[in-house]
Design a protein around this ligand. Sequence first.
Ligand SMILES: Nc1ncnc2c1ncn2[C@@H]1O[C@H](COP(=O)(O)OP(=O)(O)OP(=O)(O)O)[C@@H](O)[C@H]1O
Ligand SMILES: [Mg+2]
Length: 269
Amino acid sequence: MSTLLSVDKLEIRTPGRTLVSDISFSIAAGERIGLIGESGSGKSLTALAVLGLLPEAMRVGGSILLDGHQVIGARDRDLVPLRGASIAAVFQEPMTALDPLMRIGHQVGEVVRRRATRDGTACGREEVSQRVLALLERVALPEAHRIARAFPHEISGGQRQRAAIAMALACRPKLLIADEPTTALDVTTQMEILKLLEGLVRHEAMGLLFISHDLPVVASVATRALVMRHGRLIEEGPVATLFDQPSHPYTKSLVAAARAFDTALEMAP
Ligand SMILES: Nc1ncnc2c1ncn2[C@@H]1O[C@H](COP(=O)(O)OP(=O)(O)OP(=O)(O)O)[C@@H](O)[C@H]1O
Ligand SMILES: [Mg+2]
């Protein structure tokens, strides 16, 4: 399988601190990878580096080859075409992706139109709105017509996250980055969205970099996982191996926490 993303010795620094160091990993086309670690371990910074969206004040070292393009040091205008075609992202807070003053259908439609233009198959209004409705239905939004006409504040948080996923899918990226996309949602909605995301990514053979601090959540969508701590990678491997034979004490503690939670659930009346 061809390599979609290759990160080599990534280092991220502010003038006073090294936040991320010596991170190397790769993602093959269609591969679903999890990135786990405690709060502040550098997961989001790693994701932002791959997207070329780190704050300007940060210094970045190493190499990030995305779909054959070097991201580190690239000018923003060279990265713009990559965003969308090669890579798209879903964040914890869907309002970071959605414009509060624009109807959902319009926002998803903009992405559909841009993608079609890029493919050289520019499509008319009617075709765009058909595709928007189809996308909203694919992310299992009920009453697609109503949602398309709604403003973000007129739908629920779970529905907003589905809309943000629809926008990311409309790009048809080769790699989707999902940074804690379900953390802000209740457990039932979280499970539904994880299942949906996993199914869609698998169906489209998209690569996935899925970020979470929760090992069982990562296990439900990824086949392989990377464990980060204090800005470094401390362990990686197939999810099943990490669960069954964690080698680093931190990974062991993650597995123990997940098992304790399972046991508590089983013992609940
Ligand atoms: N803009 C910034 N300027 C300076 N330091 C930052 C900035 N953004 C993040 N950091 C620091 O970098 C470190 C890693 O942050 P990061 O957001 O990557 O953590 P994370 O693993 O995503 O955590 P969480 O699970 O809480 O989202 C933290 O110590 C954080 O305080
Ligand atoms: Mg984060």
